[in-house]
Design a protein around this ligand. Structure first.
Ligand code: PMV
Length: 323
């Protein structure tokens, strides 16, 4: 009998136009589209084996995981089992080569690698769009870690057409991400709970209403490699998402004093002529986007900012792939 196993690898991604809030939480259908780039060199590698075992099991970096984490993985496996017509349970073993909880969205890489490994292990030969949709059901941003390079997740009208596509390959624009770590460890409120709070902010409606304009500006800035427009729109988008977070009920304040120190430093370096811009996810660490040429200099500058304990660096990454 053919072994029902496969291994896949996927990179995390950093959003330039953010996903914050769902119109359907169960299906993770977002209230706005989003744009991101994959982070090369950082990855989650996941091995899935279907077999005769009593239940699904999950190991992350060698440690067994149960409860909510395992339930979320089993939800994805159930869809794969149903589509492939198999009843077998799976062992899922996942390894990250970057620290979890360091402000890098580990769930994006994790669910993208799981979606690809599980479909391949079950013998399903699905197109990229279908694998992106499946990854979306585990974690919305995971849909964007399936295609290559610069990626847009179209909000779509339903489950069928809400998936991510590549808008430019990694070599299109030599950008890099320098992640200024100001606090390691797990974030206080995870994004799944955060999406639920988004509509409680009176600012969310305005953020969502303006999203098509920001998406268009960001998409065009990437295609035309227009850093000035790109910097202005990604900082605005990040600030708008954090304004929503800070005005939700209960309020979510992810920033630390060092977060703001990095934001101010980035703005002043840009004024001095350096091509840099910041964006911040649901945590205190700051993703500083710059050109690959400036990467080492930007990382060195960031290490001098008081409160920055480390800087992770990544160029633009490729698609999720089987290994
Ligand atoms: O995919 P989730 O549910 O972990 O949400 C991601 C939310 C942000 O990272 C804050 C924004 C984004 O678009 O990645």
């Amino acid at each position: 009998m053919k072994t029902l196993s496969a291994t896949a690898q996927s990179s995390p991604n950093i959003a330039f136009i953010k996903y914050w809030g769902n119109r359907n939480a169960a299906l993770r259908l977002p209230v706005n589209g989003s744009i991101s780039m994959n982070l090369a060199g950082l990855f989650t590698r996941t091995h899935v084996t279907f077999g005769n075992r009593p239940a699904d099991s999950l190991f992350i970096n060698g440690a067994p995981i149960s409860g909510k984490g395992l339930e979320r993985v089993s939800g994805i496996l159930d869809i794969v089992r149903q589509s492939a017509g198999i009843g077998l349970r799976a062992e899922v073993a996942s390894e990250n080569n970057f620290p979890t909880g360091a402000g890098i969205a580990s769930s994006a890489a994790a669910f993208a690698a799981l979606a690809l490994a599980a479909t391949q292990a079950a013998g399903l030969d699905w197109p990229e769009s279908a694998i992106s949709r499946l990854a979306r059901l585990g974690s919305g941003s995971a849909s964007r870690s399936i295609p290559s390079g610069f990626v847009e997740w179209k909000m779509g009208e339903s489950d069928e057409d809400s998936f991510a596509v590549s808008i430019a390959p990694p070599e299109h624009w030599d950008l890099a991400d320098c992640v200024a770590i100001v606090a390691a460890g797990h974030k206080a409120t995870g994004s799944t709970e955060g999406h639920v709070l988004a509509p409680t902010s009176p600012l969310q409606a305005a953020r969502v209403a303006d999203a098509p304009r920001r998406l268009q500006l960001c998409r065009r800035a990437i295609l035309e490699k227009d850093f000035e427009t790109f910097a202005a729109i990604i900082e605005l988008d990040s600030d708008m998402m954090h304004a929503v977070m800070m005005t939700s009920q209960p309020a979510l304040f992810y920033w630390k004093p060092a977060t703001l120190a990095v934001m101010e430093a980035v703005r002043s370096w840009r004024k001095d002529g350096l091509q840099v811009a910041y964006t911040i996810d649901a945590g205190p660490n700051v993703h500083v986007i710059c050109s690959q040429r400036a990467r080492l200099q930007v990382a060195a500058f960031l290490r001098e900012v008081p409160g920055v304990s480390d800087v992770l660096q990544a160029n633009v990454g490729g698609p999720a792939c089987q290994v």
